[in-house]
Design a protein around this ligand. Structure first.
Ligand SMILES: C[S@@+](CC[C@H](N)C(=O)[O-])C[C@H]1O[C@@H](n2cnc3c(N)ncnc32)[C@H](O)[C@@H]1O
Length: 218
């Protein structure tokens, strides 16, 4: 397995260096993102992923945010908590793997049409190997959609994420993907929070960010 390195070693450092499996050992049946974000994400999936697709929801939980009425060819899930993945009704299959310990994905070359990572990239300490593996398992013209907002489990995010702002995060994800051979990504930034009246009542509002890249044709 090879990958073009983008990060400096110190940027991979995180405050809580215990096994991530411990942190995720208790299931969290909560939404990590607000309703506006989730609805925007589901719309994006509806627009970008055809129903004939084999979908990989990497770093998943009990929800995949896919449109309920669309039946995909197959939805494969991955994460760190068995109870959460068992409860995820969108998944046809799943596996458990700590991606900070082992980056080799147990999927065949050119077998996936769309990979989704939601609020997960910010915890990767070896994103270059993961992006390279995702390129290997993707079909030509297959896509990766990396979506995130501005929250994180701070102690579990590597320095490259905790030190950066939203713009840095977008550029960083894009640069890792490009370095592994993905085509220059499309970037979506939607921050409607400043005029969101819910903020007047102290409610959170999650801005929507996505990096969408395509695997080149051979
Ligand atoms: C904030 S949750 C987001 C879950 C899900 N994508 C969602 O939208 O609800 C972060 C997820 O990242 C995954 N994750 C974090 N660290 C990981 C690691 N070291 N290896 C594999 N997965 C990890 C876990 O599946 C965890 O549920």
């Amino acid at each position: 397995m090879s990958a073009t390195q983008v990060l400096k070693e110190h940027q991979r450092y995180k405050l809580d260096n215990n096994d991530d499996a411990l942190f995720y050992s208790e299931p969290r049946f909560v939404y990590h993102l607000d309703a506006g974000f989730r609805s925007r994400l589901t719309t994006l999936y509806r627009q970008r992923i055809p129903s004939c697709a084999v979908v990989l929801d990497l770093m998943s939980s009990w929800v995949s945010h896919l449109p309920k009425d669309v039946i995909y060819d197959k939805v494969i899930g991955h994460g760190l908590n068995t109870d959460e993945l068992l409860a995820n009704q969108r998944l046809d299959s799943y596996w458990i793997q700590n991606l900070n310990r082992d980056q080799r994905l147990p999927l065949n070359d050119t077998s996936v049409d769309a990979t989704l990572i939601v609020a997960g990239w910010q915890y990767l300490q070896q994103p270059e190997y993961i992006a390279s593996e995702l390129l290997r398992i993707s079909r030509p013209m297959g896509q990766i959609i990396v979506a995130f907002s501005n929250r994180m489990f701070f102690t579990k995010a590597p320095q490259v994420w905790t030190d950066g702002d939203d713009n840095d995060h977008l550029n960083y994800v894009a640069s890792v993907l490009i370095a592994q051979g993905w085509l220059t990504p499309e970037i979506i930034v939607e921050n409607k929070c400043s005029d969101n009246w819910m903020r007047l009542f102290g409610k959170r509002c999650d801005p929507f960010f996505a990096v969408i890249a395509t695997k080149p044709k051979p």
